[in-house]
Write a protein that binds this ligand. Structure first.
Ligand code: CTP
Length: 397
């Protein structure tokens, strides 16, 4: 039995929440209702308690919360957070990270997929601020069931009517299924740069931020996978739930990948691994001596190529950072490294790639087929990549 948290805000369409609850129950899902204080003034929480057989959560304080359940405990139990109806106010709070009631606090603690069904007056829905909040949340991976045009409570015709219950429930069930698609699967994902030291204070590296690999890890986690994230040094926070293994050099990354590879179903090498390292590493700081200095570099081991040879039934995904003949170079790498897919990106393009929140990629397959994305957030790109992996796993490849 799946548990769904249903967030209910104060909109006239609040009565439709009863039908949403009933539909979930017919699908054998347990519903835990969270109401905002204003919603509880419109309809008594007792109605929803009667429907769900559980007390409704309204306030943030102990005496207001049934069974003394905390937002963190509830976040662990549920597989989907649906907010229906969602007001402009709650969407604004989610978009800004405000946490001043149970629902907005719970949103920050929830690791499961989130679906929002807005309902409000047309002017509020089409207001630039609301649209910008929705865009921001979409870019963070939150899904929306668009409201429809129709007769509104304010006696106007317009956009802002809560989407039909059937549509909301169907999308919720789809997300619920997705949240289970990788249960029992282990994803091994590398991210960030590596550092190759010449002495204790100097190293060779690159500007990889780790964002792409971390987004992929978050997406796989949301779909139920166990995720081992082998990360080079970054300044960003790993997604909650990932088992993070910190490394610095290509050699350490290879060792860590090797340790977890046997139990991995999927290996995604999103890390920007240094191709060269210093032929010798001084244990002491190298002193400034000559006017010019020649350094001698040797190749690091190609981690992906090594594990490509031991692929077995695993799905292997690589990245290709290119500056020219993008697809052609990526295809060569996919074949050479025995990959199922390579994600190619043009690192010369402004505003995407290294360090950016955006990316524009071409997914290249070893048979020469490819899929090109538009410029999208790394969160959206990661969902696109993981969708392809999900399809491959579904087909049993
Ligand atoms: N890779 C790796 N080990 C290395 C170098 C790269 O596992 N020592 C992986 C990267 O994580 C990436 C893929 O191989 O998934 C391609 O990396 P890229 O740097 O684009 O290509 P290279 O094979 O290093 O070729 P080149 O630098 O000549 O383009």
């Amino acid at each position: 039995m799946k548990k769904i948290a249903l967030g209910i805000c104060s909109s006239i369409s609040i009565y439709k929440a009863c039908e949403i609850i009933r539909s979930f129950q017919k699908e054998n899902c347990e519903v835990r209702v969270i109401m905002t204080a204003n919603a509880a003034r419109l309809i008594s929480p007792r109605l929803f308690s009667a429907l769900t057989g559980r007390r409704v959560i309204v306030g943030l304080f102990e005496d207001e919360i049934p069974d003394e359940i905390t937002h963190v405990e509830l976040a662990r139990e549920i597989s989907l957070l649906l907010v229906a109806p969602a007001t402009a106010n709650m969407i604004g709070k989610f978009a800004s990270g405000i946490a001043d009631d149970f629902l907005s606090t719970f949103h920050l603690a929830a690791k499961c997929p989130i679906l929002i069904a807005p309902a409000m007056n047309e002017a509020m829905y089409l207001h630039k601020q609301t649209q910008s909040n929705i865009k921001k949340l979409r870019e963070m991976g939150i899904r929306f069931v668009e409201p429809e045009k129709g007769y509104l409570a304010c006696k106007d015709e317009g956009w802002g009517r809560l989407a039909p219950v059937g549509k909301i429930v169907n999308m919720s069930l789809q997300l619920l299924r997705k949240s289970q698609s990788f249960v029992g699967k282990t994803f091994l994902i590398t991210a960030g740069p590596t550092r190759e030291y010449s002495d204790p204070v100097r190293y060779l590296s690159n500007p990889s931020s780790g964002k792409m690999g971390y987004e992929l890890a978050g997406e796989a986690l949301q779909r139920g996978a166990e995720v081992i994230l082998v990360s080079g040094p970054t300044h960003i926070i790993p997604p909650p739930g990932a088992r993070v293994k910190w490394v610095q050099t290509a050699e350490e990354m290879e060792r860590e990948v090797g340790r977890h590879f046997p139990k991995a179903d999927v290996l995604i090498m999103a890390a920007a691994v240094a191709d060269y390292k210093f032929s010798t590493v001084s244990s002491q700081k190298i002193k400034k001596q000559k006017k010019s200095q020649t350094i001698h570099l040797v190749q690091t081991l190609d981690i992906l190529q090594k594990f490509g040879k031991k692929k077995g039934k695993r799905i292997l995904v690589g990245f290709a950072a290119e500056t020219e003949r993008i697809k052609e170079n990526a295809l060569k790498k996919a074949i050479q490294k025995n990959l199922d897919m390579i994600v190619a990106n043009d690192i010369k393009k402004k505003g995407s790639g290294f360090g950016s929140d955006y990316n524009q990629v071409t997914l290249v397959f070893p048979d020469g087929k490819s899929i090109r994305s538009s410029k999208r957030t790394k969160s959206e790109i990661s969902a696109m990549i993981i969708d392809v992996i999900e399809e491959k796993i579904g087909k049993g490849s």
